[in-house]
Design a protein around this ligand. Structure first.
Ligand code: 0O2
Length: 278
């Protein structure tokens, strides 16, 4: 294998990472758009550097012609979740996808690695379309909580610093930190439903406020300025109460007022001057 071919070899992996990052970000956006809690907190991806691929091949004794078969994380995706329970949901969603063919699952959640590493990995095949036709590439998807990611990132830096030979006393500290993060994840799980409810309420409030202000803006076109100002002041008063139910009630009343004006305008339509439309 000539060194100048690396960019050709890696191109489909770069494409796979770019496409999948976008797809998972769109999935997250779709949850949000529907006002739902997203089990995906953030998504990132990377193509393994050439030196890291070479180092792994050396470490595992992989010959050059078996690189794409044996090195399973050339294309890597990382999905970060808020809660451990979300990892399971994301994994199930991934398994149900038609654009990914699952090859291997590695569960380092219940059974953490000796280092203290915790994460859920899925190795899958993903088809990319290139100018030379389609190609199936292996992708490693790591799914973990923010806590697990914090630990893995820190430990990875230390591995780099100590060239894989982390001193015993630091390893012990890392193990303890991993246990502490595991119990933190467990404790956060206990308040998960409360947090999700609070997030959903916040999102609902944001949406209702936006809709109310849109309705008030529309009323400016049909109602008297004095009346609209009165409604606006009432809205600010309700908003100050910081009560979602009151906000919902106010929106319903406003809908009735707006409906009244709509009915009126149908009875007495304002005729557009001739030639005013294209
Ligand atoms: P990088 O620099 O992140 O790319 P296996 O043959 O299954 O034992 P393999 O193929 O390395 O070994 O799979 P494994 O163990 O599932 O590891 C895949 C990736 O998971 C690693 O890639 C790391 O990203 C991450 N990982 C696994 N173990 C640890 C760990 O103890 N600490 C940290 N921080 N990350 C870990 P690379 O190529 O090792 O590294």
């Amino acid at each position: 294998m000539e060194i100048q071919l690396w960019s050709e070899i890696l191109h489909p992996y770069e494409q796979a990472v770019a496409e999948l990052v976008l797809k998972f970000r769109c999935l997250r956006a779709e949850y949000k758009k529907h006002g739902l809690y997203s089990p995906i907190e953030s998504v990132s991806g990377r193509v393994k550097s050439i030196s890291s691929i070479l180092e792994k091949m050396q470490r595992k004794g992989v010959p050059m012609d078996q690189m794409e078969e044996k090195i399973e994380d050339i294309a890597g995706l990382r999905i970060i979740c808020q809660f451990v329970e979300d990892i399971e949901k994301v994994a199930r969603d991934i398994e149900a996808r038609e654009d990914l063919q699952i090859l291997v699952r590695k569960d380092y959640l219940g059974k953490q690695k000796k280092s203290g590493y915790r994460s859920y990995h899925i190795i899958a095949l993903y088809k990319v379309q290139t100018i030379d036709g389609s190609k199936n590439v292996k992708v490693e998807i790591q799914i973990r909580t923010m806590g697990m990611n914090f630990w893995a990132t820190t430990e990875h830096h230390l591995q780099y610093k100590y060239k894989g030979e982390i001193p015993e006393h630091i390893s012990v500290k890392l193990q303890e930190a991993s246990d502490a993060l595991m119990s933190l994840d467990r404790e956060m799980s206990e308040v998960r439903s409360e947090i999700i409810d609070a997030m959903n309420d916040y999102r609902t409030q944001t949406r209702i406020v936006k809709e109310i202000l849109g309705s008030i803006e529309n009323l400016y076109r049909v109602a008297s300025e004095r009346e609209v100002k009165k409604i606006q002041d009432e809205f600010y008063e309700v908003f100050r109460q910081d009560n979602l139910e009151e906000l919902k009630r106010f929106q319903k009343q406003l809908d009735i007022i707006a409906e009244g004006y709509r009915a009126q305008s149908l009875e007495h339509p304002i005729l557009e001057p001739q030639g005013s439309r294209p």
